[in-house]
Structures are given as C-alpha cells and as structure tokens.
Design a protein around this ligand. Structure first.
Ligand code: GDD
Ligand code: MG
Length: 381
C-alpha cells in the first residue's frame, strides 16, 4: 500500500497526521483498506511510508489485531509512486510469477479484490489495473482500453481537452506480476503512472484494465473526505472496519452530544468531542476532543482534533485545523481552511458585512492571532 504522500490537498489536517491515518467513520482511513484486503484473503501487507512514517507503525504495530502481518518500508526521500512500489518489493516474500496487489492509500472502493487478482492470473497479464468511470476525469489518470480490456495509453492528469479520450480512469489498485516490479529502476524517484506504465506498454507488456461499477472515491480533497466518511456511516459503501449500521450519525465512545443538538447525513463525532445544545451538524467529521458550541451550524466540514467552534458560528465546507479556535459568531465561507492552532476572535469572518465593517467574505487583518500563525495561513481555496 502506497501511503507516503504528503496529503497537500487536505492541509492543514495533514500537518500532524498523514492522509491515510485521518479518521474516516471513526477509524484511520487505511484500516478500511486493510480490512477489505484481509477479507479478500491477503495475509501480509507492506506499507510504503515516507511522510510522517512513524504515525503508521505507532498505531498498527505488527498488524496482528487486524489479522494481517504488516511490514513497513520507509523512504527517506519520497520515491514517487513507482519508486515506492520498487522499494516495497524488498518486503515481498512471493515468487516471481505470483501476483502482488498494490493500493493507493486514499481510495475507498467496493472493488472485488479477489476477482481482480483472479482475472489477472486467468489472462496471464503483466499488470492488471482496476478502472472506474467518472464524470470529470481531469484530476486522474485516463486509461483507454480496447474491447478486450487491453490498455491502449496512459494520460495522467490531462492538460488539454483533446487528451480527454475516455471517462475510464486509473482507480488506484493494481495487480503486478512480481517479476514486473523488478523492471522499475531502483533508488530514484519514479512515477508509476507517468513512467512505469507507459514504458511497460512500449516494451509490449500486457497491461489490462478491469472496469467495474462499484463504489469508488479518492479521499484526497476535503469535500471527498467528508463524503467518504458520511457514505461509510450511512452504509452507502461497505467496510468490515465499520461497526455495523450506525444510522444518521456515528458517536464514538466518550463523545458528548447534547440532546438539543441535531446530527445528520453521516456525521461522525469522535472520542471526547462535545456538541452543545442547538448545534446542527450535517455530513461532517468532528475529530477527537473538538468542541462545538451552542447553536453552531456545521455542514460538510471537518473540525480538527481539539479545535473549537464557538456559539452561533457557521461552517459550510470548511476545514478547521487541529487546536484552532473559531470563536462565536463567525460565518466561514465554503472552502475556507483555518490553520492549526489559529485563533479567530468573535465575529472575525463574515460572509455578510459584520459589525466591524469587513467586506463580505473577508477576514479582518487584525483578527487572526495565536501560535505564531500569520494571516496568510487563514486562506480560501
Ligand atoms: N510511499 C510513497 N512514496 N507513497 C506515495 C508517494 C511517494 O513518494 N507519492 C504518493 N504516494 C501515495 C499517496 O500517499 C497515495 O496513497 C498514492 O500514492 C497516490 O497519490 P495521490 O497523491 O493521492 O495521487 P492522485 O490521487 O493525484 O493520483 C493517483 O490516484 C488516482 C486515483 O485516485 C494516480 O494513480 C492517478 O492515475 C489515479 O487516477
Ligand atoms: Mg489520491
């Protein structure tokens, strides 16, 4: 599993926590992937780590509580997706003709992992890729195939409209024949999507795509992250790591929610977090120890660990970093991200002209204090 990326699009949440370790429906995201892999018969997983590598091992140890043997291979400098696969190969124990499953560490999907492996073996392919169809493929790797499923081309993150030749994209799960991994150059940064796959095609290797219609989501952006968490809570996608049906919201042990608060649309309130009377929370993730004040409105947002959202403050599609304090009567516009440890005083951000006379959608320059953060760290997307 490739888990070494910096999670840039999820900042500031990924300041202290690597993307695959952010809690989704109550557990680190990668726990869902590990549980699905274990259910498909996988017994040993190599985690290819780099950014904040220690966080994985501290949490998962040797993997035994998850019924899986976990091995960690850490890149001092990130080696890219292909370099990480090559580096992780030293942790594999299988023979050269055996299949190796490779997962991007940020994909929530319902793909039948065992069927993908079986189809790889049956076709005698060098690489089999899980593909999915999306409405807007521009942020992904486009993978057109012929009628027999043979990959024709790789178009990673196309930049011109002419390159959008298909709605089939690389879904971030591959089966490699073990010996094919050794063809990736060792010891330098390599992109599997931009270098390895095109080079293999060029050399005449058999690369096959398997398209399916199961649930699929890349959790790499705040909007997708809250959607994925909510979909797990609401049962729109199955994960063996979710503890049974949870209804409209998932409250983890030690969460305190006032009876006068309303939680809906797959909201998660984590351990030790509290929600006061009159608060309305829709489709959001409230991380451990966070405090949501009375009559606050939180929609499609992520509130970081030990952060505070003051009374009557409203968030819509916002990301509040760990330990930040957004005091009362703020109105954060969609996409606003508040850096970890920042303090937004009472009424500092409004989408309508507030008492301080700030124009709509702006932050008062004098309004941002705390923990050495500067105004530029409170920034709209
Ligand atoms: N170990 C390691 N080292 N892992 C890495 C590195 C690295 O240098 N760089 C990225 N990763 C991991 C990330 O942690 C993530 O789990 C995975 O590789 C993919 O990286 P992303 O940054 O999430 O890539 P993406 O979403 O822009 O694009 C990839 O995924 C799409 C599907 O969601 C590509 O594979 C696309 O082709 C694909 O469509
Ligand atoms: Mg991704």
């Amino acid at each position: 599993m490739l888990v070494g990326g910096k999670g840039t699009r999820l900042r500031p949440l990924t300041t202290h926590t690597p993307k695959p370790m952010l809690p989704v429906a109550g557990v680190p995201f990668i726990a869902h992937q590990l549980a699905r892999a274990a259910a498909a018969g996988v017994t040993r997983v190599v985690l290819a780590t780099s950014y904040l590598a220690e966080v994985f091992e501290d949490h998962f140890q040797d993997g035994s509580p998850y019924g899986i043997e976990l091995v960690y291979l850490t890149e001092k400098e990130p080696l890219g997706t292909g370099g990480a696969i090559r580096n992780a190969a030293s942790g594999l124990t299988c023979g050269p003709d055996e299949p190796v499953l490779i997962f991007n560490g940020d994909i929530l999907s319902g793909v039948d992992i065992a069927a993908l492996r079986d189809s790889h073996l049956a076709a005698g392919a060098d690489v089999t890729l899980h593909l999915t169809r999306v409405e807007d493929p521009r942020a992904f790797g486009l993978v057109p195939t012929d009628a027999a499923g043979r990959v024709l081309e790789f178009l990673e993150k196309p930049e011109t409209p002419e390159q959008i030749v298909t709605d089939q994209i690389n879904a971030g799960c591959y089966v490699f024949t073990r010996s094919v991994i050794d063809r990736i150059l060792a010891g330098r940064e390599v992109s599997v999507e931009r270098e390895t796959f095109p080079e293999l095609l060029e050399s005449g290797a058999l690369l096959r795509g398997v398209v399916d219609t199961s649930y699929w989501l890349d959790l790499g952006t705040p909007g997708a992250f809250v959607r994925g968490s909510a979909d797990l809570v609401l049962g729109k996608v199955d994960s063996p790591a979710v503890p049974g049906p949870t209804g409209e919201a998932l409250l983890l042990p030690g969460a305190e929610v006032d009876l006068g608060a309303v939680l809906s649309s797959g909201t998660v309130v984590a351990e030790g977090a509290s929600v006061a009377a009159g608060a309305i929370i829709e489709g959001s993730v409230i991380l451990a120890g966070a405090v949501i004040g009375p009559d606050a409105y939180v929609k499609d947002s992520i509130v970081g660990a030990y952060a505070t959202v003051g009374a009557r403050t409203s968030l819509d599609g916002a990301v509040i970093g760990d330990g930040a304090i957004v005091e009362a009567d703020n109105e954060l516009p969609s996409g606003l991200r508040v850096a970890c440890g920042t303090l937004l005083p009472v009424g500092a951000v409004r989408t309508t002209a507030g008492p301080g006379g700030c124009p709509a959608g702006q932050v008062s320059a004098a309004a941002v204090h705390g923990s050495g953060q500067t105004r530029s760290e409170v920034a709209s997307r």
